[in-house]
Design a protein around this ligand. Structure first.
Ligand code: FES
Ligand code: FES
Length: 149
């Protein structure tokens, strides 16, 4: 079968070019379990990673689309990353399940705009669902991380 080559967190990977969701490759093959399965339908954002700098739903992104791509997961962020520091400062998580996806969406936003307004944060983050309702703390933490990055 034809192969597809791409990077995950700056490490090179090569696998069969197939219609398999990136989410399952990350979790089952690359053993990067930080990316979560929520709905599997592109509706919740729990599986969000960055591909070439854009926040994407890894449950809806097929390996066949990733030729030459740069994938970044929650594991790519160091412990002292401004987003982690702000997440702790604002005590954001409750159950925590949605948070890797929230943080990767936030990371894609701050890559482009380090001083987003609360409206811009809401608009960008609107596809990331939190059943625990941590939205206000997420927004505060994103704005704080932007100032400190
Ligand atoms: S698991 Fe991918 S959007 Fe919900
Ligand atoms: S912290 Fe529980 S779903 Fe978001």
């Amino acid at each position: 079968m034809e192969k597809v080559n791409f990077q995950i967190n700056a490490k090179q990977y090569s696998t069969a070019k197939e219609e398999k969701p990136l989410l399952w490759y990350l979790r089952d093959d690359a053993k990067l379990k930080g990316t979560k399965f929520g709905c599997g339908k592109g509706l919740c954002g729990a599986c969000t990673v960055k591909v070439n700098g854009e926040a994407v739903r890894s449950c809806q992104t097929m390996l066949s689309e990733l030729s030459g791509a740069k994938v970044e997961t929650i594991e790519s962020l160091g412990d002292n990353h401004p987003l982690f520091v702000a997440w702790k400062k604002y005590n954001v998580p409750q159950c925590g399940y949605c948070q890797p996806g929230q943080i990767m969406s936030a990371s894609a936003l701050l890559d482009k705009n380090k001083r987003p307004t609360s409206e811009q944060v809401s608009e960008h983050m609107s596809g990331n669902i939190c059943r625990c309702g941590t939205y206000q703390r997420i927004s505060n933490a994103i704005q704080n991380a932007g100032v400190n990055s």
